[in-house]
Ligand binder design. Structure first.
Ligand SMILES: Nc1nc2c(ncn2[C@@H]2O[C@H](COP(=O)(O)OP(=O)(O)OP(=O)(O)O)[C@@H](O)[C@H]2O)c(=O)[nH]1
Ligand SMILES: [Mg+2]
Length: 443
């Protein structure tokens, strides 16, 4: 996401970043480029204007130009201002003192409301341990109820539905009674979308609001539609109030215009970001981390959180013991690989590393299929072979290659790399630093 914006902004700042001393001219030139980068990213014109004016004024302040590393200071400044622009502090759903907390989802057709209901339910369950129910109040599209039932259940939520013959307002009221009776912590209401922000849609939302008095109304907007998304949010903000934005389809948004403009234009923060069709492609929107990601400073915090979510502490301790005793086997290797993969596609993870952009790592296509192949090779080994790779002779390797649909060369390479890895581990164990060439794969 935001590749184009990220590349352009980093290019705009690469000049000042490298300089030892900065003049006012240098700053003005960099700001012109930042301005262009933002406009190209489809960021709202007014927003760009005030943003660059603000950064420039601060950059020209004495403490920046006279700092030891003025270039770094300018980059830091841009990062801070981007953070403010995107809403400053991150906000999650605030739970009502008297459950259920009611969340109403609104938005145009196809913006991703129904998917977001299930994703938010999953988030609230996994991160906050909440018991979440969903209410199916989109009665206009025949398949909408079924869709919510399906994704909602996959997200671990109960779905309250009454088909499509009742008034959505009545369904919402009934679902709230159900949620109370069942002692649910949260009730999320899925509503129907419209092609445009029209009076009918607004009236229906207003009626649902009056009936269920939601604690939070979330507007779901499709980031891929750029400024249109911002315009939709603006007209929603004019006619109906909402509390926060769920920005969807960020995975397909190279420009970032909506992400950067929505808060400034509507005054409402982006609370969640959806980055794919799968239920786990959903995260809280952290303006500071996002700004750092865009500027190629990495997003180590999110990476660490993902690692904490997906790595099993006992397994890690067990692994450490095995490495110490030099008992690391192909099975352990497989386990490690599976844990890493649970964190998400590798290409996405790499992008969170600092400097990923400038080192070219961000654009590196790590093919998850390579891992599939490695996994296939290892699972084609017998348990004995996995524990004692030294018994892997020619005929065993041929059998494994056939079994995994790969080649003997691929099997050989994996076995060799595994051998190198064990060697490095042994050396680390003996307190010796492995040489760089060993770490790089023993060439
Ligand atoms: N790539 C990508 N696709 C998404 C994302 N969120 C939703 N989608 C897809 O967008 C399409 C529409 O999503 P829905 O959740 O049905 O949208 P909706 O707002 O409920 O649509 P209506 O009920 O028709 O108004 C589906 O195919 C989703 O899988 C996302 O973050 N990334
Ligand atoms: Mg829907």
């Amino acid at each position: 996401m935001f590749e184009t914006l990220s590349d352009r902004l980093q290019a705009a700042l690469s000049d000042v970043r490298a300089r030892g001393k900065l003049t006012e001219d240098d700053v003005a030139k960099a700001m012109r480029q930042v301005r262009l980068a933002l406009l190209e990213a489809d960021v709202n014109f007014q927003v760009v204007k005030s943003f660059t004016a603000h950064v420039k004024a601060r950059a020209l302040g004495a403490e920046v130009l006279e700092a030891l590393n003025p270039g770094q200071q300018v980059v830091k400044l841009v990062s801070e201002e981007l953070t403010t622009l995107m809403g400053g502090a991150a906000r999650d759903i605030a739970f009502a003192s008297k459950p259920p907390t009611v969340v109403l989802m609104a938005g145009l057709q196809g913006s991703g409301k129904t998917t977001a209901c299930a994703k938010l339910a999953r988030h609230l369950r996994e991160e906050h341990g909440k018991d979440v129910a969903l209410a199916a109040c989109d009665v206009y599209r025949p398949a909408a109820v079924e869709q919510l039932v399906k994704v909602g259940r996959a997200g671990g939520a109960t779905v309250y539905e009454q088909g499509t013959d009742r008034d959505p307002v009545d369904i919402a009221g009934w679902a709230l009674d159900q949620a109370r009776a069942d002692g649910r912590d949260v009730l999320i209401i899925d509503t129907s979308g419209r092609l445009h922000v029209d009076a009918e849609l607004m009236e229906e939302l207003a009626r649902i609001r009056r009936r269920v008095k939601p604690h939070d109304v979330l507007l779901v907007v499709d980031a891929m539609t750029g400024q249109d998304a911002v315009n939709v949010a603006e007209s929603f903000a004019e006619t109906a109030n909402f509390d926060g934005v769920v920005l969807t389809k960020l995975d397909g948004d190279a420009r970032g215009g909506a992400a950067l403009s929505v808060k400034a234009v509507t005054g409402k923060p982006i609370m969640y970001a959806s980055t794919g069709e799968k239920l786990d492609a959903f995260e809280r929107f952290h303006p500071d981390r996002m700004a750092q990601r865009i500027l190629g400073m990495g997003d180590v915090m999110t990476l660490i959180e993902k690692a904490e979510q997906h790595f099993d502490e006992d397994q890690a301790a067990d692994l450490e013991r095995k490495i110490r005793k030099q008992q690391f086997t192909f099975d352990d290797f497989l386990g490690q690989m599976q844990q890493v993969r649970r964190m998400g596609p590798l290409t996405g993870l790499l992008k969170m590393l600092p400097g990923a952009g400038s080192l070219g790592i961000g654009n590196l296509k790590v093919d998850d299929r390579d891992l599939d192949r490695l996994q296939a090779i290892i699972t084609s080994m017998t348990p004995e072979e996995r524990a004692h790779p030294e018994i892997l002779n020619g005929s065993r390797r041929r059998r494994i290659a056939r079994g995994s649909g790969t080649t003997v060369a691929a099997v050989n390479q994996l076995v060799k790399q595994f051998g190198q890895m064990q060697k490095v581990m042994r050396q680390l164990q003996q307190g010796k630093m492995p040489s760089l060439s060993q770490l790089a794969g023993g060439r």
